[in-house]
Design a protein around this ligand. Structure first.
Ligand SMILES: NC(=O)c1ccc[n+]([C@@H]2O[C@H](COP(=O)([O-])OP(=O)(O)OC[C@H]3O[C@@H](n4cnc5c(N)ncnc54)[C@H](O)[C@@H]3O)[C@@H](O)[C@H]2O)c1
Length: 351
């Protein structure tokens, strides 16, 4: 059974087989450009290609992975659009995970000052998180999402069948965002998802739908992250720093793996600030470590983590600001945390 979520400026369709085809027919673009990486070209493109109307279709291929989420890759994409005569009435379809969505959306939003684009997210992470809310961009010098814009797509077209070819590690990475959505906005979702042993076994259509509703509700209240949207950063302030540091090692962490560590550390800060009880904190720590393992041995030092966090876009006048949970299923934001507390959170993770 398919589902549709109506946002202010666009619709999100879930498992509606003919949605993309009908949308393209309605837009009637001069050309269609489908951005893929090597994996989504192999596993996902065949499922949509034959369903697309017989428009002028062009495929733009890039290498897969976070390390290619750069301005250098954007240059290739912009060049390809130009070489193939994309005009303002061309449509871009970003078929892939968060890297393709963030970077393809950024390229579309800036090419000729903006052409329409559709997000077709193919990873769990991009279906429940990256494709919704209009944040687009690329990394700079290894620092995540330093360059970017806010821009809504024409539509988000989710097909949970794409998750069948996703490697387990990638599925688990996206699962961290589902857990985060539960922790900040819906205690029932957290309670249900945090105790599941085999995450391949869940009803993704239902869970993706519930999770997207949370992200949509928060981002629509505050599209440009001036206030309430900051609650989505729970787990990400420390998590992003750990992810960034891991990218230059021989054991880079996936986004969600780093966020899982960030969730534990920021739940510790929530406990230290008396927003949740010690018992609630320990439950979060135990359940997340059961799913993601204990990464204590490969953890960077608190000094390294703090020095990366100072670059975070979310800081204010040099103060590191956090979103923390306030009871399970609620969150607050703009909480100043000092270096000593961050050090304590890093140390506690190891125990
Ligand atoms: N814009 C936002 O609001 C937002 C939110 C969260 C994360 N992000 C960004 O999202 C990115 C991470 O996204 P991701 O985890 O999807 O990473 P990704 O795009 O790198 O995809 C992960 C891997 O899965 C492969 N893949 C994708 N779909 C597949 C499928 N159906 N079958 C088999 N393989 C498939 C990809 O080729 C890639 O190797 C990060 O850059 C992060 O900053 C953005």
């Amino acid at each position: 059974m398919s589902k549709k979520i109506s946002c202010k400026n666009y619709d999100i369709s879930i498992n509606e087989v003919t949605y993309l085809q009908k949308l393209i027919e309605k837009i009637n673009p001069t050309k269609v450009f489908i951005l893929v990486d090597s994996n989504t070209e192999q596993y996902c493109l065949p499922h949509i290609y034959d369903r697309l109307p017989d428009t002028n279709l062009n495929v733009i291929r890039i290498k897969s992975g976070e390390s290619y989420k750069t301005i250098a890759t954007c240059n290739e994409i912009w060049q390809s659009l130009k070489d193939n005569h994309a005009d303002r009435k061309s449509l871009m379809i970003n078929l892939g995970g968060g890297v393709i969505g963030d970077m393809g959306g950024f390229c579309a939003s800036t090419y000729m000052r903006g052409i329409p684009f559709v997000q077709v997210p193919t990873t769990l992470l991009s279906q429940v998180d990256a494709s919704v809310g209009g944040k687009l961009g690329v990394d700079l010098d290894g620092v995540k999402n330093m360059i970017g814009v806010f821009q809504d797509p024409v539509a988000v077209v989710i097909d949970t069948n794409f998750l069948k070819t996703l490697p387990y590690k990638e599925l688990l990475s996206g699962y961290a965002e589902l857990l985060k959505h539960g922790l900040i906005a819906d205690a029932k979702i957290w309670g249900e998802l945090s105790v599941i042993k085999d995450i391949t076994d869940i009803d993704f259509e239902r869970i993706v739908h519930e999770s997207v509703l949370i992200k949509k509700s928060v981002t629509e209240q505050d599209p440009h992250e001036k206030g309430i949207r900051k609650v989505l950063n729970f787990g990400h302030t420390i998590g992003h720093a750990i992810e960034t540091l891991s990218l230059s090692t021989d054991q880079p962490l996936l986004h969600g793996e780093a966020i899982a560590i960030g969730i534990i550390m920021e739940a510790f800060l929530s406990y230290q600030n008396e927003f949740i009880s010690q018992e609630e904190y320990l439950t979060i720590k135990t359940r997340i470590k059961a799913l993601y393992g204990n990464k204590a041995k490969s953890l960077p030092s608190h000094e390294q983590i703090i020095s990366i966090m100072k670059f975070d876009k979310k800081n204010n006048a040099g103060k590191i600001l956090f979103a923390l949970i306030k009871d399970i299923g609620q969150a607050n934001f703009d909480i100043t945390i000092d270096d000593a507390q961050i050090k304590a959170a890093v140390e506690d993770y190891k125990t």
